[in-house]
Design a protein around this ligand. Structure first.
Ligand code: SF4
Length: 416
């Protein structure tokens, strides 16, 4: 056993790289330093995916040939998922989509996509790395995010609790954590007095009230929130030497567009020093967005057509399924039956679905073909882009006879 070897957890997009494990006979017998979410991913799925064709168990070669057959016949295929895949698999999927003239989309299409896009095309500047946050941040704002549940080590490893190069005194003296949310989340509890509850859909109003307060004007909001509380919050933000806003889905969903965020960031950087980062869920959603962006200039919702790339809402998984315009779906490491609204997901039942995943999902139960893949980070290595844009490489923790999704996609392409 190599005791100095650290491993990377791929259960969320912090990609903690300090995980210690214990193995015996090529199976994991202990996981240390990971949070409970990480431990449960690393200790593998409760329900590993069987290799099936039309509900009957078969071998991988047969499922790969049949996948190639379906895709060859398909006039308008959809490739969806890849947020839980390595960059290698993502690049293969982009190649495959090109070869098939397919639609390609991922979950960012209905979550943090707009923010990642604005960062990649330079519309939102002021981003920083998690290491910068640990070393420097004195004010940390979680807006519409609950990392205590979604990214359990965010606060302890990078933001509030750890000591950093320029933050030696520990959290209560040297750092202030603030939660702004529509509910008393676990993170809000940690933030104590610095937790600000607002009604749903009032984020933009609070942003504008804060901008007013930061400009020396009297802040006004239509909901019940003491003027003093808003001034008090503005004051903390103003005094920050190195502030960061972590934007959760709660904030992104409540805004029609990103203008309010840009307004606030500009104002904050006029009066103090503030950075902005999205709280990305899947461990390599940002990798998918960046790889597709490098290739096409878009982060999601594309349709390849010979040498052309079409892009737009029309090519989002939601619209494609709603309009029933696709005639097959290749789902990689994702569970759209679970994450999409029922009325839209239902349309998947009318077309052949092929699922590549380490674990059984709602979608795999409805799939014509299921191909089990190695669990990335545990059974196969690769690289991923952390939520802050930093690339992280990882090695497999144990050996497996299962093949990676990258290899599955490569073999499908060979058979086309
Ligand atoms: Fe894994 Fe995320 Fe927990 Fe770190 S915080 S151990 S990456 S689940």
């Amino acid at each position: 056993e190599d005791e100095d070897k650290y491993n990377v957890c791929t259960a969320c997009s912090i990609l903690c790289d300090d995980i210690e494990i214990e193995t015996e006979n090529n199976s994991i017998t202990g996981v240390y330093t990971a949070c409970r979410k990480g431990v449960s991913r690393i200790q593998t799925c409760n329900e590993p995916m069987p290799c099936t064709l039309d509900g009957k168990e078969t071998d991988v070669d047969t499922t790969i040939s049949e996948t190639a057959n379906i895709l060859k016949k398909s006039e308008n295929p959809l490739i969806f998922g890849l947020g839980n895949s390595t960059e290698g698999a993502q690049k293969k999927a982009i190649e495959l989509a090109k070869q098939l003239n397919a639609n390609l989309d991922d979950t960012s299409s209905f979550c943090q996509g707009p923010v990642v896009e604005a960062i990649l095309n330079g519309e939102i500047n002021y981003t920083c790395t998690l290491d910068d946050v640990r070393n420097n941040a004195d004010v940390i704002v979680y807006w519409g995010a609950d990392p205590a549940n979604s990214h359990p080590r965010h606060l302890s490893k990078y933001t509030y609790f750890p000591r950093g190069k320029n933050r030696q005194k520990g959290y209560d003296e040297d750092r202030t954590a603030i939660a702004i949310d529509v509910r008393e989340s676990s993170t809000a509890e940690i933030c104590g007095n610095n937790s600000y509850l607002i009604p749903p859909q009032k984020d933009e109003e609070l942003i504008d009230a804060l901008i007013d307060a930061l400009s020396g004007k009297v802040p006004k909001v239509s909901f019940e929130m003491n003027k003093k509380r808003i001034l008090e919050l503005a004051n903390i933000l103003k005094k920050a030497k190195y502030g960061v806003i972590f934007a959760g889905l709660g904030l992104v969903y409540s805004l029609d567009n990103l203008e309010p965020i840009k307004r606030l960031m500009d104002k904050l950087n006029e009066v103090s020093n503030f950075y902005f980062n999205p709280m990305i869920g899947h461990y390599n959603m940002r990798g998918f967005n960046q790889n597709l962006f490098n290739e096409t200039g878009y982060i999601n919702r594309v349709k390849f057509e010979d040498s052309e790339v079409k892009h737009g809402y029309k090519y989002s998984v939601v619209e494609l399924l709603k309009n029933k315009s696709v005639d097959s779906a290749l789902i990689i490491g994702s569970d759209p039956m679970c994450s999409l609204p029922g009325s839209i997901a239902r349309n998947l039942n009318e077309i052949p679905i092929i699922t590549i995943d380490p674990c059984e999902t709602l979608t795999s139960r409805k799939s014509r073909i299921n191909i089990p893949s190695a669990l990335s980070g545990v059974e196969c290595g690769g690289s991923a882009i952390r939520m802050d844009g930093v690339r992280v490489n990882f090695e497999p923790m144990i050996e497996t006879s299962k093949i990676s999704d990258e290899e599955i996609l490569r073999r499908v392409m060979e058979e086309l």
